[in-house]
Write a protein that binds this ligand. Structure first.
Ligand SMILES: *[C@@H]1O[C@H](CO)[C@@H](O)[C@H](O)[C@H]1NC(C)=O
Ligand SMILES: *[C@@H]1O[C@H](CO)[C@@H](O)[C@H](O)[C@H]1NC(C)=O
Ligand SMILES: *[C@@H]1O[C@H](CO)[C@@H](O)[C@H](O)[C@H]1NC(C)=O
Ligand SMILES: *[C@@H]1O[C@H](CO)[C@@H](O)[C@H](O)[C@H]1NC(C)=O
Length: 342
């Protein structure tokens, strides 16, 4: 089976968060997917959540060309703090694992050209049982500003998902009032979508967040990735209009969406077959691709070249490796010059 993802470059009509950030989907690296809640540095010195891990990762991302490719956010997920706040109520990074303190780590990360992201949980504890942000919003935001973070993932384990509708906007206002531009990543709709609690209010979400998780955690297996893709495929008509510069649906650490110039279309073809040879060529109609009929110039975004595009019967041929992706930009002929000149 082949599947499409349509990522139309829609400009949202509603009022949206305007902090000048995340004009393209933020890309980067985050500790959770691989290192989870490993904190025993004696037993697992290379895998524990620590400043050493973050610095080593920063170096590696530079060396392997990821930074240059745009993976600019380096984000510490859960398990970075002491289990208790200081006597004056401040969050403290774990004494052993973050010996030099968060500001020093932020300086290192910034010196390499990255932006620095942190994690917190809207509750009185984090998902892994560390102190949460509830009732300490102001003091924690002050710490984040002092540490010069650029990105905050605010999770929402263990809180009534209905309360998120007021909690996130309130926190967003405080974050804004801090004066430091910080990408605000929310888990708000994830908790409402996954438990079918309610239809998330994406208008309000886009007013508050730069990106938002819509689903549970991704795991590093094709099966889970494939489920995420399916969910996006099935719900795209509903959620795609919420996305645009500064505000993104977040599939959790795998980003394949892309901002588009007006009036052109991005279409990704994904083969969900996980064995054997590429499918034979499939020919797709405009209706199947949900594109308005018309003349298009088509560009392969991975190969960075124009493709001959449509066959004599007006269909678009695609041949694709198992588990592979092809990503095209369809540029209506009448807007071609404008778009190409951007
Ligand atoms: C969080 O709040 C619950 C009840 O409100 C309480 O039982 C629990 O001890 C609190 N946890 C922390 C870490 O403060
Ligand atoms: C705060 O919000 C205002 C109004 O949307 C915006 O212009 C400003 O850039 C925001 N500031 C920060 C630091 O997010
Ligand atoms: C959704 O949020 C918007 C903006 O905050 C608000 O105007 C609207 O009433 C909300 N819709 C619902 C159904 O609550
Ligand atoms: C797709 O169209 C081409 C001509 O453009 C044709 O040769 C080919 O057989 C078609 N493939 C299928 C699977 O129909």
């Amino acid at each position: 089976m082949l599947m499409f993802l349509f990522l139309l470059g829609l400009v949202p009509t509603t009022l949206t968060l305007d902090n000048g950030l995340a004009l393209t989907p933020p890309m980067g690296w985050m500790t959770w997917q691989r290192f989870r809640r490993i904190t025993d540095c004696e037993k697992y010195p290379r895998d524990c959540i620590s400043e050493e891990l973050i610095k080593r990762t920063a170096d590696k991302l530079v060396e392997d060309g990821y930074l240059e490719a745009g993976y600019e956010y380096l984000i510490i997920d859960d398990c970075w703090s002491q289990k208790h706040r200081s006597s004056d109520g401040r969050l403290m990074p774990d004494r052993k694992r973050f010996k030099s303190g968060m500001k020093a780590l932020a300086d290192y990360i910034h010196s390499k050209g990255f932006k620095f992201g942190m994690y917190q949980n809207y509750s009185n504890v984090t998902c892994a049982g560390y102190p949460g942000i509830m009732d300490y919003e102001d003091i924690d935001i002050a710490s984040f500003v002092e540490w010069e973070i650029d990105y905050l993932k605010l999770d929402a384990c263990y809180i009534d998902p209905l309360k998120l509708d007021t909690a996130y906007p309130e926190f967003g206002r405080k974050l804004n009032a801090s004066g430091r531009p910080i990408v605000f990543s929310c888990s708000w709709p994830a908790y409402q979508e996954s438990y079918n609690i309610k239809k998330p209010n994406y208008t309000s979400i886009a007013e508050t967040c730069n990106l938002w998780r819509v689903l549970g955690d991704i795991e590093d297996s094709w099966a889970v990735l494939s489920n995420v893709i399916d969910w996006y495929g099935h719900n795209q008509d509903r959620i795609a209009p919420n996305a645009g510069p500064g505000q993104w649906n977040d599939p959790d650490m795998e980003i394949w969406s892309r901002e588009l110039a007006d009036r052109s279309y991005a279409v990704a073809f994904i083969s969900k077959k996980d064995y054997g040879a590429p499918y034979p060529e499939h020919n797709f109609t405009f209706t199947q691709m949900k594109l308005p009929e018309g003349k298009y110039k088509v560009r392969d975004l991975y190969l960075k070249e124009n493709v001959p595009s449509f066959g004599p019967d007006g269909t678009f041929p695609v041949r694709i490796n198992p588990t592979g992706v092809k990503f095209f930009k369809f540029i209506p002929k009448e807007t071609e010059n404008e778009v190409y000149n951007k």
